[in-house]
Design a protein around this ligand. Sequence first.
Ligand code: FES
Length: 142
Amino acid sequence: MTELFAICATYEIQDGDARGFVLARLDADGNKKAWPIFIARRGNSFHGYENVCPHEGKRLDAYPGEFLDREANFLACGRHQAKFDPDTGACFIGPCKGKSLTPIEIVVDDGDVCLVNVPLAEEDGLDVEDPNEVPEVLITGD
Ligand code: FES
């Protein structure tokens, strides 16, 4: 059975924009661990990726707080300015050229952007600023 977990409504991410979330997953030992992700939108297409740069493992938005090269409409890591194709997550400029962001499976269901079959911790959260803080807000499943 497919399990969907609503992350946000589609209208909450503007066309050409991206938005980050910090969820909670269980690790192999059953401990809750923060899981930063982001959702990018282009038209009516939504793409989800782990918010981890393949160069140094940092959050893309850690420096200076955005996921985008707004002039060129690419995904970008603020730390060393790697650029990524929003549709594939592939890095084509920067120190991790040839590597890719880790995609996450999402679908749009009844106006919501939803994770597909991701085993989240019982209590999960959204929009947590500190990536080391385990969120406390519950996500409801469909
Ligand atoms: S950490 Fe992202 S480009 Fe270096």
